[in-house]
Design a protein around this ligand. Structure first.
Ligand code: AMP
Length: 456
């Protein structure tokens, strides 16, 4: 069975699916939907980008038809838990699309915004409630919603939930669900802790494994670019000169890093917005909309904020920093090459990130190709002078770095400083301007110091 039309779905649902432009099911959909329609619990190992949202939404929309209109005040007939606001919003948007010819009450609940409208949307009861765990628990504790009528329960991105520390919240929520229910459990990866959680909440589940983390990366053309940390901004600017990169998402490890990169891009005249946990929900959504509508060319994001971002046509994923969790790498690059398309990922790697790179390559079971035809390429141990310089001349918000390797590097530091960049920037002038570490990259110097390029 490969076509939606072959499924035993009601006409209004099929019509909405057709209007979404989908005819053929993705593997997760063809394997999961019939089993869910049969009433089975499901455990699915699948990532975003595989079509998993439709895989759980469509059968639930169909199953809820039995007993339509039976909702009771302050209860929900089905509950979908997602780890982040972005993912919850995405799920809601998809479900509203698939259920547009039915008369369901759909509610969305997440933190960081006023609870008032959410409380109102719950008051008369909902058919489908999409929620993040923290706010849902809050509202439950305040008596605005009870889960004792839930017939269908979906836990989406379970591994991420655990990574984000939601395990206790989830357990509290699950404890209030009726024993007799159908549960669908989705996770991109299935480490032991996640398996344990699955076993505790599922009954005799049907299992579907789609594209385990190790192979999902196959559709993405992946490159690693070795670059000293302080030259990553310059490398980014160099790469974005290529105008065929029309929609790129750039990942940083930290919120401050995201702000810094976005600011730098703005200075270069490259439109961008940063999204991370410190931004208000409205700011995050506005940035996402601008990105989706093509008003900005780049979105700079941290891992957590990026969960659930579903934007078509992301041509490039740029890892400004490599993630310290290997699995985040797979999530990140999965933002491109969605729904059968191909995409490119470029990962910047300084010498301190080599260990992360190794871990990632182990996980995806492939060597990432080295892209060395850029002006800042440097492999092997980074010379100490590179490690000290800070490329963020304009960024006066950063404390000047104390020189590292003092004493260890006297030979180079005592060289004549004729290559030194002149700077009027106060942050920079406070920095000890001793050696060539403040100089612009010097290709010859790189060449001389570069070890065998094939050595990794
Ligand atoms: P998801 O894994 O749910 O995040 O979905 C990834 C993307 O695939 C979304 O943009 C969906 O709209 C899209 N999609 C879902 N199902 C299909 C399908 N059967 N054919 C083509 N695209 C799909």
């Amino acid at each position: 069975m490969t076509k939606f039309a072959d499924l035993d779905l009601r006409a209004p649902i099929l019509r909405a699916v057709e209007e979404s432009g989908y005819e053929t099911m993705t593997p997760i959909q063809s394997k999961a939907i019939p089993k869910v329609l049969e009433g089975k619990d499901l455990i699915a190992v699948a990532q975003t980008g595989t079509g998993k949202t439709a895989a759980f939404s469509l059968p639930i929309i169909q199953l809820l038809v039995n007993g339509e209109g039976k909702r009771k005040p302050k209860t929900a007939r089905s509950l979908i838990l997602a780890p982040t606001r972005e993912l919850a919003l995405q799920i809601e948007e998809n479900i509203r699309g698939y259920a547009k010819y039915l008369h369901y009450k759909i509610a969305l609940v997440f933190g960081g915004v006023s609870q008032k409208p959410q409380v109102k949307s719950l008051s008369q009861g909902t058919d489908i409630l999409i929620a993040t765990p923290g706010r849902l628990l809050d509202l439950m504790n305040q008596g605005h919603v009870r889960l004792n009528e839930v017939e269908y329960f979906v836990l989406d991105e379970a591994d991420r939930m655990l990574d984000m520390g939601f395990i206790r919240d989830i357990k509290k929520i699950v404890a209030t669900l009726p024993k007799k229910r159908q549960t669908l459990f989705f996770s991109a990866t299935m480490p032991k802790t996640v398996e344990g959680l699955a076993n505790s909440i599922l009954t005799n589940p049907h299992r579907v494994d789609i594209a385990p983390a190790a192979t999902t990366a196959d559709k993405v053309d992946q490159y690693v670019l070795f670059v000293p940390k302080n030259l990553k901004n310059k490398l980014l600017a160099h790469i974005l000169k290529d105008e065929t990169i029309d929609r790129a998402i750039i990942f940083t490890r930290t919120k401050h890093g995201a702000n810094r990169v976005s600011k730098k891009l703005d200075q270069l005249g490259i439109t961008s917005a940063a999204i991370h946990g410190n931004k208000s929900q409205n700011a995050r959504q506005a940035a996402l909309n601008q990105f989706r509508d093509g008003e900005i060319r780049t979105l700079v994001a941290t891992d957590v904020a990026a969960r659930g971002i579903d934007v078509d046509g992301i041509s490039h994923v740029i890892n400004f920093d490599l993630p310290n969790e290997e699995e985040s790498y797979v999530h990140r690059i999965g933002r491109t090459a969605r729904a059968g398309k191909t995409g490119i990922s470029l990962s910047f790697c300084d010498h301190e990130e080599r260990a992360y790179l190794k871990g990632i390559e182990r996980l995806i079971r492939q060597k990432i190709k080295i892209m060395d035809n850029h002006p800042f390429h440097i492999e092997g141990i980074q010379p100490a002078d590179y490690a000290k310089a800070d490329d963020d001349e304009e960024d006066t918000t950063r404390r000047p770095r104390r020189p590292r390797n003092r004493g260890r590097n006297n030979k180079r530091r005592n060289q004549p400083s004729n290559k030194q960049e002149k700077s009027t920037n106060p942050a920079k002038s406070r920095r000890p301007a001793k050696g060539p570490h403040t100089a612009k990259p010097n290709k010859n110097k790189n060449k001389k110091r570069r070890p065998n390029p094939k050595q990794r």
